[in-house]
Design a protein around this ligand. Structure first.
Ligand SMILES: [Zn+2]
Length: 311
């Protein structure tokens, strides 16, 4: 059988998502499983269910710092166990195909460049806005092989300490984790809010969707939380615009659901801070592939490696 598909893997701290992807960047089959303690075993099990002679390579996206040759995870804050596993070596040995590993947000940027919102864009920055904040950069239709840890860009010189070792990181102010921890802080201090009634006061169960719903209902605390997070995001976006002068900033991840308040505030803030000439030419747009960008992108990077090796 002709080898024509690749497997893309999105290996997160909670979920493991695996897809068989066509050379045109379409998902043929997709499965989702939980990431168990025994990561390699769960990855093998998921690949087993999709593997056939038709598979030409495997690409894996993982949150964290990846070695420049895309073979090893150096640091993965939410999945430390993968730092000690030779994922690339083990999978290549078991299936006999080339395997590559990439940062999950970089993989998502590749996916958007290949068949998503960045398809016709020369240069863009992608930001994944979820529990944490990740980034990927495409310049001249090429994914830059750089860490692009935009979530750990300082947006406050004496700000909160971040587990990465830096302080004042964008992620500490504009991510879902940051919004939820500030919500809990204000609610515990007794601030009046619709959120006080949710989950009968068990604030730890709150989600960012709840906070968005409260904001739409006119709740002041909820609105303040989104606006503050949006302003910090705008600082980060302005920095990226000034640094790179991209044609677009593509935003993805669960927090983009709050576009009308959080992203709008970010755009407003970025417009005040970035060079006017650079801001005027940048489009700030949502991703097209959404949660599938990383899966498709990881497979796309595997195809790319195969092409390079064939030359
Ligand atoms: Zn940090």
């Amino acid at each position: 059988m002709q080898k024509k598909c690749a497997i893309g893997i999105d290996l997160g701290g909670t979920n493991l998502r695996v897809a068989k992807v066509s050379p045109e960047g379409e998902i043929v089959t997709k499965i989702t499983a939980s990431t168990s303690e025994e990561v390699l075993g769960s990855v093998h099990k998921a690949i087993d269910s999709l593997f056939s002679d038709e598979i030409a390579g495997v690409g894996i996206g993982v949150a964290g710092l990846i070695s420049r040759e895309r073979r090893r995870v150096i640091i993965s804050p939410n999945l430390h166990v993968v730092e000690k596993i030779d994922l690339v070596g083990e999978i290549a040995k078991r299936y006999g195909v080339p395997v590559v590993i990439e940062n999950d947000a970089n993989a998502a940027a590749y996916g958007e460049m290949w068949v998503g919102a960045g398809k016709d864009i020369q240069s863009f920055v992608l930001l994944t806005l979820g529990t944490g904040i990740g980034g990927g950069m495409v310049h001249g239709k090429k994914l830059l092989n750089v860490p692009a840890e935009i979530g750990h860009m300082s947006v406050s010189s004496d700000g909160e300490k971040c587990p990465c070792g830096n302080s004042g990181c964008l992620e500490s102010y504009a991510s879902a984790r940051a919004i939820l921890s500030r919500a809990v802080y204000h609610l515990e201090a007794g601030r009046e809010s619709l959120l006080q009634m949710y989950y009968e006061g068990n604030f730890y169960k709150l989600t960012t969707e709840d906070i968005f719903k409260a904001a739409l209902d006119g709740d002041n605390l909820a609105r303040d939380l989104w606006k503050s997070a949006g302003r910090y995001l705008g600082v980060g976006i302005a920095n990226m615009i000034n640094l790179m002068g991209p044609d677009a900033v593509i935003l993805t991840g669960g927090l983009t659901g709050a576009w009308d308040i959080y992203i709008q505030e970010a755009v407003k803030e970025a417009s005040k801070r970035a060079f006017r000439e650079l801001f005027e030419r940048v489009k700030i747009i949502p991703s097209l592939l959404k949660d599938d960008a990383g899966l498709i992108g990881a497979a796309g990077i595997a195809f790319n490696i195969l092409r390079t090796q064939a030359v």
